[in-house]
Design a protein around this ligand. Structure first.
Ligand SMILES: Nc1ncnc2c1ncn2[C@@H]1O[C@H](COP(=O)(O)OP(=O)(O)OP(=O)(O)O)[C@@H](O)[C@H]1O
Ligand SMILES: [Mg+2]
Length: 284
């Protein structure tokens, strides 16, 4: 049986000034409806590229993305994206920012009153009812991120794509938002792909953690199935041996198996600069 969302031997080669650069090769993943997937890997390995391919913001040069039997070729509201830095329009209030997305998706389908109710409902889901008529400049970073999530959810996306959604937030705000996202996921059952650099975040939120190898030609290295029961409580889990086992698996992958290799070793670099210095001195 075909999967709800399938990344089928996905690859992309970018044309750069220095020639073709193969960022991803043979990324294959089948995702079930309602699954919460985290993508983790070292900086530059290709996580955002995978997400942008699923969002339809980039075109694969090999393979493709199939959602409910249809190939993804362009962006669409059924695949809503939340970025690391909020992308709210600064001249619109929180309400109006969500309204823009709601109008785009539900115009002609919902009445004005229904749209209004739906916008307020989505702001309530992320605990932002108090700031409905505030501008983005009048609210905190965490609050802006909440409104960004409300805007994405208001489109009733089949798949919610989040690129380091809490990366720019302090630890406490991050924890609060993680809890909100877990509650929303439990309520709505969206399929989620989230990029993170945070191992605890990945284990706490995910059904599966997809760990990517280093690029170029990055692919999926290993997948960890997180079968911890839900709802999950971060304080209880801190002492849980199973939770810590998952953490260890991800840490081991990142820092042993896919340890970042420096392109120039300090010693070689030193030798090179000494040689260059000598040449320079000789030429002078
Ligand atoms: N449009 C592009 N043209 C050329 N190369 C690109 C382009 N977009 C991404 N790359 C390259 O592809 C690789 C993967 O980039 P990507 O942004 O997906 O990494 P990432 O895993 O999201 O990194 P980070 O964790 O730092 O956000 C990098 O080497 C990057 O330089
Ligand atoms: Mg990225």
């Amino acid at each position: 049986m075909s999967a709800y969302l399938e990344l089928s031997h996905l690859g992309i080669t970018f044309d750069t000034d220095k020639g073709p650069f193969c960022a991803l090769k043979d990324v294959a993943l089948k995702i079930e409806q309602g699954e919460f997937i985290s993508l983790i890997g070292h900086s530059g390995c290709g996580k955002s590229t995978v997400l942008n391919l699923v969002a339809g913001l980039l075109q694969a040069t090999q393979g493709g993305v199939v959602l409910e039997g249809r190939e993804v070729n362009e962006p669409g509201p059924e695949r809503a994206v939340v970025f690391q830095h909020h992308s709210l329009l600064p001249w619109l209030t929180c309400y109006q920012n969500v309204e823009l997305a709601v109008k785009r998706v539900f115009k002609g389908e919902k009445s004005k009153a229904e749209m209004r109710e739906w916008i307020l409902h989505n702001l309530e889901l992320v605990n932002m009812s108090h700031a409905t008529h505030k501008l983005p400049s009048e609210i905190s970073g965490g609050m802006k991120q909440r409104v960004g999530i409300a805007r994405a959810l208001s489109m009733q996306p089949k798949v919610l794509l989040m690129d380091e959604p809490f990366g720019a937030l302090d630890a406490l705000t991050r924890a609060q938002l993680q809890d909100s996202v877990m509650e929303i996921h439990a309520d709505l059952g969206n399929t989620v792909i989230m990029i993170t650099h945070d191992v605890d975040e990945a284990v706490l939120l995910s059904d599966r953690i997809v760990m990517m190898t280093n690029g170029p030609s990055a692919s999926i290295g290993e997948i960890v199935d997180v079968t911890l029961p839900r709802p999950r409580d971060r304080l209880e889990l801190a002492e849980d041996p199973e939770y810590n086992h998952y953490r260890q698996m991800v840490l081991r992958f990142l820092y042993e198996k896919q340890k970042k290799v420096e392109t120039i070793k300090p010693k070689a670099q030193k030798a090179a600069s000494t040689k260059a210095e000598k040449q320079k001195a000789g030429a002078a």
